[in-house]
Design a protein around this ligand. Structure first.
Ligand code: S3P
Length: 430
């Protein structure tokens, strides 16, 4: 599908974003292996989290959506720690790296063999990072060329490991912790730099025996999880597109309500503030161990800067939006240590560069990042998401600031995390 985006002067009003994708995946998986039902509010609307729900359904843990006072509510029927059943067909993770990587931790402990596959993009994404630790715990995993989906996972009685992760990855950490839930004894995961901690928070919330120190997480297997009522905060990574658009469009004044502000996810806000962006937190509270708040942002030309090291890992999903912002900043944006971008839903360094160049914006790429000089104008162009949701949304933002109407091919990719994105964008752009 091709979307046409016209230039705008501002984003105005109050907007809420769909439930956080990372947290929704975790709640769907953990609720399925908990005892009893869980009631989940504001579950992500995107296709990725529905892939997780469908996989859990194939494993015997059903769910349904209902309406309560105009709110969509998800009920997941937990099967208890040993209640999952052998699926009749292979599981389909769709476009979702989180689904295949995290769910593999649970599948590794089941007394049956599961095949899990995904779409063309997922079939190119590296899985050795989970195969290695889960194999050490006792599972047998076959993959195409030793590292690509489909994965054939033969579960086993797992033993605990002490695992120092070679890459900073919340998905890998989560896979090992989920497997650790089933292992006899204490599983330890050590991270090279801090990554999002939603799994640790959700596990503690549902009753797991878990302890967290800086960059070291320990889980003792065997403690049963109990289903409960859970509220998913809005997704800050989706809100990022609106925050960036509001900064760029000169007459903007936007409020984003009920958005997740977990400190392991707010590196974006820290960077924007350090570059001079006027972003205020109007309200903040804690629900199910996660911080949720309301943000206000007004138009402002930011300084730009360099993103590298641990910061790159902490805001990796926001880099497509930041690349667009960098081009309009005073001094430009340099991104380093971001080779992970090359193995996301697309090679994001390549797809960012391709679209920026189509808009007559200069960018130099490196193996692990890029440099976008500041003070540039976006020329109207034909853009392409290349099937990547965050590229579709980032370039919708660039299109709003362009000197004429742009088209975005394969814009339906936005549905992976935010199906309502283009409609909401139109409702707040003027
Ligand atoms: C995610 C972790 C990150 C992120 C991805 C979602 C998660 O990937 O980029 O979109 O929900 O745990 P890594 O596991 O590579 O850090």
């Amino acid at each position: 599908m091709t979307e046409t985006v016209s230039p705008a002067r501002s984003l105005h009003g109050v907007v809420s974003v769909p439930g956080d994708k990372s947290i929704s995946h975790r709640y769907a998986m953990l609720a399925a292996i908990a005892q009893g039902d869980s009631t989940i509010y504001n579950f992500a609307t995107g296709a990725d989290c529905h892939s997780t729900l469908a996989c859990m359904g194939e494993l015997g843990a059903g769910h349904e959506f209902s309406e309560q006072d105009g709110r969509r509510v998800l009920t997941v029927h937990g099967r208890g720690p040993n209640g999952l059943t052998e699926p009749k067909r292979r599981l389909d993770a769709g476009n979702s790296g989180s689904t295949i990587r995290m769910l593999s931790g649970i599948l590794a402990a089941q007394p049956f063999t599961t095949t899990i596959c995904g779409d063309e993009s997922l079939a190119r994404r590296p899985m050795a990072r989970i195969i290695q630790p889960l194999s050490r715990m006792g599972a047998q995993i076959q993959a195409k060329d030793g590292q690509f989906p489909p994965l054939i996972i033969q579960g086993a009685e797992l033993h605990p490991i002490d695992y120092a992760m070679p890459v900073a990855s919340a998905q890998v950490k989560s896979a090992v912790l989920l497997a650790g839930l089933y292992a006899k004894g204490e599983t330890i995961v050590r991270e090279p730099t801090a990554t999002r901690d939603h799994t640790e928070i959700a596990l503690a919330e549902l009753g797991a025996d878990i302890s967290v120190e800086p960059r070291v997480v320990k889980i003792r297997g065997g403690a049963p999880l109990t289903g409960k009522t859970l509220i998913v905060p809005g997704d800050l990574s989706s809100a990022a597109f609106f925050l960036v658009a509001a900064l760029i469009l000169p007459e903007s004044d936007l409020i984003v309500s009920n958005v997740g502000l977990n400190p392991t996810r707010t590196a974006l806000l820290d960077f924007l503030r350090s570059a001079g962006a006027p972003i205020k937190v109007l309200h903040i509270e804690q629900i199910n161990g996660e911080l949720i708040g309301t943000l206000q942002v007004r138009a402002s030309r930011i300084d730009g800067g360099t993103i590298q090291g641990a910061t790159t890992a902490a805001l990796i999903d926001e880099i497509p939006a930041l690349a667009v912002l960098g081009a309009t900043s005073k001094n430009g944006l340099t991104v380093r240590d971001a080779s992970e971008l090359r193995v996301k839903e697309t090679d994001r360094i390549a797809t960012i560069a391709e679209n920026l160049r189509r808009m007559n914006v200069q960018i130099e790429t490196t193996a692990d990042g890029f440099n976008v000089p500041g003070g540039q104008q976006f020329r109207a162009a034909e853009l392409d998401s290349y099937g990547d949701h965050r590229i579709a949304m980032a370039f919708a933002v660039a299109a709003l600031a362009a000197d004429g109407r742009c088209t975005i091919q394969n814009a339906e990719a936005a549905c992976v995390s935010y199906p309502e994105f283009f409609a909401v964008l139109r409702s707040i752009a003027a």
